[in-house]
Ligand binder design. Structure first.
Ligand code: M6R
Length: 599
């Protein structure tokens, strides 16, 4: 959840580190720091808060250093202050760390017994002492630390007595080495290296990497490893704002072309292509994910349950943090699908590993191609969304829903619950999806936002798939605008939640499901009768004549396989506009981090 950058070469290192930290800030923004070699020793500079604060502190620091490390922190151990901020140094060792060392208290006791004392509340300072305590070759010291540590780590290390070298290693936390011309980089995220190089090597668990400006040496227990140099598929433009005020706005706008990209990848000559996994041989499918990815998974389950339901397949969805601690009885026709934008979410990864270790087939719907989940899943369906930088996912969720919809469609077609004609219509709708989306991007959402931004509570209601979209709509609003928001199945309102409705409490009713639209509308009116101000997201055929509605957004009515993709767009925009009106940091909401690599 923190971000790491390291550099060795000929450039001014603080420039490279600051540029890297800025592009990593979305991963954690409690505090940040750098360590750079100045002549004979290493200088550490830290600052609490945004990267801009560190940048200010670095002004006037015009050392000509060309080697250093940087870190942006999302606190896990110890409060947010300069002492706990990385880099941490103990005697000869200076390091930055992402992850959590689970046995750090035990290690701390052992190290205290041999004379170490500690300044910080972090687990990371313990690692520096652990490495320092090993007397001998530096690579051996790192292997010693690997053997002693339990937990997750991505580490970049400098030694005071070795001027031109960085060391790196990782376990369950991402880290790559960017390969340049007479310069090299280490980073927790590929976007850091893109302004300089597209070439990189993955670091595997158990490896120790020694990096100078002219070479990258990777050691495993079998000696020197011949690493394959890979080429990043994303460009630097993909990872920049491209003229938009916020990454979130840019990423929402990318949804229009993303559906075309996914169409080109997954539809071939009017048919579902082989790139859409065929899951028809499984009768027991678990879809596991966290946050928005879990809500996308819930759409997937709904579509399979509703349209493929022939009793031959059971689909279960669960949040990964729960799933990993439950008992599972897998059979030889079980499949575990994990859904993750980052491909590094700790709980989701743990579920994937659990399923892999039990020899259950696994499929990952994942966006970051170099991520651990992408590497470890038996089968991968790439999300093709490009870098998603805003903490609140938009295009990521969009792609996840669309891909799960395609898996469900193909499954239904193979099983015969979706006919040839229905398949043809579904594919035609997919081809035209962009044209259904465009009008939703042209609506001015500022009026509705101006009525909502000062509210303390906002409730969403819906039935069926409309309720499921409400889950994501509500999460979007609360995570970036900090307004308390909840979602209820519309029919459940009168069984309790309606007690929350006061005069002017905003209730946003989602009604696009034809079969139950009258019932949903009645539920909305029930809320209104208790004083709620009523907002509607409704398909064109929902008759609202003679009703007093505060604001209504009309969406085209299309197949439920795509309807959630239309319905979510207005809510992404409303959350965005509300957050802006409240003066919130849209791309980096408080307390959150983009990729949750701790449990
Ligand atoms: O990277 P992942 O898709 O695994 O992330 C899962 C959640 O942490 C993520 O969707 C989170 O809920 C977002 N902040 C929602 O906008």
């Amino acid at each position: 959840m923190c971000g790491i950058v390291g550099y060795v070469g000929n450039r001014n290192v603080t420039d490279v580190l600051m540029q890297g930290l800025k592009s990593l800030e979305y991963r954690g923004y409690d505090s940040a720091g750098v360590a750079v070699r100045c002549d004979k020793n290493i200088k550490v500079i830290k600052s609490v808060g945004k990267i801009a604060n560190l940048e200010e502190k670095l002004q006037g620091f015009n050392d000509k250093s060309t080697i250093g490390i940087g870190h942006t922190r999302w606190a896990t151990h110890g409060e947010v202050n300069e002492v706990n901020c990385h880099p941490h140094s103990v005697n000869n060792v200076v390091l930055v760390h992402n992850g959590i060392i689970e046995n750090y208290r035990e290690l701390k006791r052992e190290l205290e017994l041999v004379g170490y004392s500690f300044l910080t509340d972090t687990d990371s300072e313990i690692i520096a002492a652990l490495i320092d305590s090993y007397k001998g070759n530096k690579c051996d010291a790192l292997v010693y630390a690997q053997m002693k540590m339990k937990g997750s780590y991505a580490l970049v290390i400098m030694f005071d007595d070795e001027a031109n070298t960085l060391y790196a290693m990782r376990k369950d936390s991402p880290l790559i080495v960017g390969i340049g011309e007479n310069e090299n980089f280490v980073a927790s995220d590929i976007s850091v290296i893109l302004p300089y190089t597209k070439k990189y090597v993955d670091i595997e668990e158990g490896e120790v990497v020694k990096i100078t400006k002219s070479e990258v040496l990777v050691y495993s227990e079998n000696g020197l490893v011949d690493k394959k140099i890979k080429t990043a598929l994303w460009s630097i433009e993909d990872a920049q704002k491209g003229g938009y005020e916020h990454f979130m706005l840019k990423e929402m706008n990318e949804e229009k072309d993303l559906c075309v990209k996914l169409y080109n990848k997954f539809i071939e000559d009017g048919n579902y292509s082989d790139d859409i996994p065929d899951i028809s041989s499984y009768n027991d499918i678990d879809i596991v994910a966290c946050g928005s990815a879990f809500y996308a998974a819930t759409v997937g389950k709904y579509l399979i349950d509703t349209y493929v339901c022939d009793r031959s397949v059971r689909v279960n969805v669960d949040v990964a943090s729960e799933y990993r601690y439950k008992k599972h009885f897998y059979g030889d026709k079980s499949l575990v699908i994990v859904v993750s934008q980052s491909g590094e979410t700790a709980d989701t990864l743990a579920c994937l590993r659990m399923a892999n270790s039990l020899n259950v087939d696994t499929l990952a719907i994942v966006n970051v191609p170099s991520s651990t989940i992408a590497k470890e899943a038996k089968l991968v369906m790439p999300m093709l969304a490009g870098p998603e930088i805003a903490v609140a996912t938009t295009k990521g969720y969009f792609s996840q829903v669309l891909e799960l919809s395609l898996i469900a469609q193909k499954l239904g077609y193979i099983k015969g619950t979706i006919s040839k004609e229905e398949k043809k219509l579904l594919i035609e709708t997919f081809e035209n999806l962009k044209s259904y989306l465009i009008p939703l991007f042209e609506i001015d959402y500022s009026t509705i936002a101006s009525k909502l931004w000062f509210k303390e509570h906002i409730y969403f209601i819906g039935r069926g798939i409309d309720y499921i979209v409400g889950l994501e709509a509500s999460l979007k609003l609360k995570e970036i605008s900090y307004i308390h928001s909840d979602v209820y199945q519309a029919g459940e309102l009168k069984h309790g939640p309606i007690a929350l409705i006061d005069n002017d409490t905003p209730v946003i009713s989602i009604i696009t499901n034809d079969e139950i639209k009258e019932k949903s509308l009645s539920n909305a009116i029930e809320a209104q009768s208790r004083g709620a101000s009523l907002y509607l997201l409704a398909s064109e055929n929902v008759d609202t004549d003679n009703l007093k509605i505060d604001e209504i957004i009309r969406v085209p009515r299309i197949s439920e396989f795509y309807q959630p993709l239309l319905n979510i767009i207005p809510f992404q925009f409303i959350a965005y506009e509300v957050a802006k009106l409240k003066g919130c940091d849209v791309d980096k909401p408080k307390n959150l981090a983009k990729s949750v690599t701790v449990e």
